[in-house]
Design a protein around this ligand. Structure first.
Ligand SMILES: NC(=O)C1=CN([C@@H]2O[C@H](COP(=O)(O)OP(=O)(O)OC[C@H]3O[C@@H](n4cnc5c(N)ncnc54)[C@H](OP(=O)(O)O)[C@@H]3O)[C@@H](O)[C@H]2O)C=CC1
Ligand SMILES: O=C(CO)COP(=O)(O)O
Length: 330
């Protein structure tokens, strides 16, 4: 970062997204420490400069691969790129390791199961004084790692810090837009994963593109309803981290959430990859209930994923809902 002593960026979580973001920061000429929990795997990545989930990427020499958290201690900012449900224990394990002034840049998308907290709320709950930012948007790690162009949101309540952090990852193929709406940026990514499961199920069940477009538009209405109740801004939800990511994940089988919904609808066994939406839908609905926000598509996903309800019955129930005026509030 330009006006700090050190430019070192820490990345916690060496899966597809952590490694792709480490590469972006390195290409923007930052030294990077990429931490993963498995020493043998980190040694293999360090040696080969290849990541098993990012075909075609040669890891920049400025990325140091480590399995010892102590190496993150001098980092000026730390990206949290572990699965959402593991963010709290991983951050707790970093207590006393990270610089207290190092902003946490959250790259995970989800809502915590036990607490129904968003990711920034989890970080602030554990570490109230740490500056919190969210990096979120329509960004498949594989495409970014191949050098294809993408745009996303970097949100932090302190807009000057948001701009400073955006510059860390902003490079030849990643364009980041600064925002001060942390709640909106975090919520968009969490909700879109749930809606992508619905879109995948719609396509898997052969219900067609009209139905999927209906899921996207009415899903955005659900996201906006809850977002407004939580203090997010509508323009954030209509932007890259909301609508942008929703469209991406509902229309491309690269999305694990979409593929999971697709497999469910076809009676196939999902491939075992991380499906954040399946883990988030329960706490999302708990949070929506707390804010009085109606989310019928998310409820349908919960019924199929968590309660074993038959898809055709859930869809029939959705379609039989009484007619209403088109608005996000109803
Ligand atoms: N992939 C993408 O395109 C994007 C992903 N994201 C978000 O980023 C987050 C991570 O996803 P992604 O990188 O794709 O997932 P991956 O499955 O590729 O990687 C997850 C990584 O987290 C590690 N991990 C899991 N549990 C723990 C734990 N308790 N402690 C430490 N490390 C752990 C895994 O290690 P191990 O292999 O040892 O299990 C693995 O390296 C998700 O919230 C996702 O929604 C956001 C934008 C784009
Ligand atoms: O968040 C993502 C793209 O923006 C990745 O989506 P999936 O987790 O559904 O693969």
């Amino acid at each position: 970062m330009e006006n700090r002593d050190e430019r070192l960026i820490g990345v916690v979580g060496a899966g597809a997204w952590g490694a792709a973001l480490a590469q972006c920061a390195a290409q923007a000429d930052h030294p990077v420490v990429l931490w993963g929990r498995d020493p043998a795997r980190m040694a293999a990545i360090a040696e080969s400069r290849r990541h098993p989930r990012l075909e075609g990427m040669r890891l920049d020499r400025r990325v140091e691969c480590v399995a010892d958290m102590a190496a993150l201690a001098p980092a000026a900012a730390v990206v949290l790129a572990v699965p959402a449900q593991t963010l709290r224990p991983v951050l707790a394990a970093l207590a006393g390791v990270l610089r207290p002034d190092a902003p946490a840049v959250i790259a995970a998308k989800g809502i915590e199961r036990e607490s129904a907290m968003t990711m920034p709320e989890v970080v602030s709950d554990l570490d109230p004084r740490r500056p919190v930012a969210v990096l979120s948007g329509p960004t498949f790690a594989g495409e970014l790692a191949r050098g294809l162009p993408a745009a996303a949101t970097l949100a932090c309540r302190d807009i000057a810090l948001a701009e400073e952090l955006a510059a860390v990852f902003h490079g030849v193929n990643l364009r980041l837009y600064a925002s001060d709406d942390v709640t909106g940026a975090a919520l968009g990514g969490a909700v879109k994963n749930v809606l992508a499961i619905a879109a995948g199920a719609v396509i898997g069940a052969g219900l067609g593109s009209n139905a999927r477009a209906g899921v996207i538009a009415r899903g955005l209405a659900e996201m906006t309803r809850l977002g407004e109740a939580m203090g997010a801004r509508t323009d954030t939800l209509a932007g890259l981290s909301g609508l942008g990511d929703l469209v991406l994940s509902c229309t491309d089988s690269q999305s694990r959430n979409f593929s999971f919904g697709h497999a469910l609808a076809r009676g196939e066994t999902p491939d075992g990859q991380l499906v954040e939406g399946a883990l988030t839908v329960g706490p999302l609905l708990a949070r929506a209930a707390r804010h009085g926000a109606d989310m019928p598509i998310a409820e349908a996903v919960d019924a199929v994923v968590n309660q074993g309800a038959p898809l055709d019955r859930v869809i029939a129930r959705l379609l039989a809902r009484p007619g209403r005026r088109e608005s996000t509030s109803g």
